[in-house]
Write a protein that binds this ligand. Structure first.
Ligand SMILES: [Zn+2]
Length: 251
């Protein structure tokens, strides 16, 4: 939950047509081409599109820097609990997910290092948070949140960028890779297209930054899963964010 993002009961997945960058469109063209070749139809037309699209595919989605140093921001903390649903507090869940993501990054031998924004229940402002990432020389910043709505049926993922030039490509990559299913279901969790949010953290960090509203804490199914004591849902969320970072760094 963010201050400008609280309570969006009227917003549904219908509002979330996935924004398409040129790169995304190119990927789609490639997928269509493969399907068309498989079908044995219109092969030549597809091949012509592919040949013009291929140079763009060579452009890496990731940063020029490959230090793989991720600043993981557990949203809220201390006097700021974030969203609350019964005994569940956003600030505790973001820290849990942040710790799980850190473990995934550090324990898989992919060369990641991590700057943890906080490891306990402390109060931090956005300027302090940005300074921690910048002083830690992070080359990406991922801020973890859980969203809130007055409608207990609402549940979706949405990622936010601050400065378009700095953050949008990273944010799109995180969003594209996020393939969470609904709690105890095989149905995909809806995703809304990434959009701009003038967060002090996103704006003041030097590195590409993304704020991820991972799920809705106020959703009935999410609250049950997040509060079942197993940590399974938290691990699933961390795993999806990990996938996004792997996609960005191409590892
Ligand atoms: Zn939040």
């Amino acid at each position: 939950m963010q201050r400008a993002q609280h309570r969006q009961p009227g917003q549904t997945e219908d509002a979330g047509r996935m924004g398409r960058t040129g790169r995304r469109a190119v990927r789609d063209v490639r997928a269509v081409g493969i399907r068309m070749r498989t079908a044995g139809a219109a092969v030549l037309a597809a091949a012509l599109v592919l040949s013009s699209a291929l140079p763009a595919l060579a452009a890496p989605p990731g940063p020029a820097s490959v230090s793989r140093r991720v600043c993981i921001d557990a949203g809220h903390g201390g006097t700021d609990p974030g969203a609350i649903n019964g005994t569940l507090r956003e600030k505790d869940l973001t820290l849990d997910i942040a710790n799980r993501l850190s473990a995934l990054l550090l324990n898989t031998g992919l060369g990641f290092s991590v700057v943890m924004m906080r490891t306990g229940d402390v109060t931090l402002g956005n300027t302090e948070r940005a300074t921690i990432c910048n002083d830690g020389r992070a080359d990406t910043v991922l801020s973890i949140h859980l969203n809130a709505s007055s409608d207990p049926g609402v549940d979706y993922f949405r990622a936010f960028y601050g400065k378009k030039a700095k953050d949008a490509a990273f944010t799109q990559t995180v969003s594209d890779a996020y393939a969470l299913t609904k709690p105890n279901s095989t149905e995909p969790l809806p995703k809304l297209a990434p959009t701009n949010f003038a967060s002090g953290l996103l704006l003041k960090t030097d590195a590409p930054a993304c704020l991820a509203e991972t799920v809705f804490l106020t959703n009935l199914g999410e609250a049950a899963a997040l509060g079942d004591g197993t940590g399974t849902r938290q691990q699933q969320i961390a795993q999806q964010l990990f996938s996004g970072l792997r996609a960005w760094y191409r590892v």
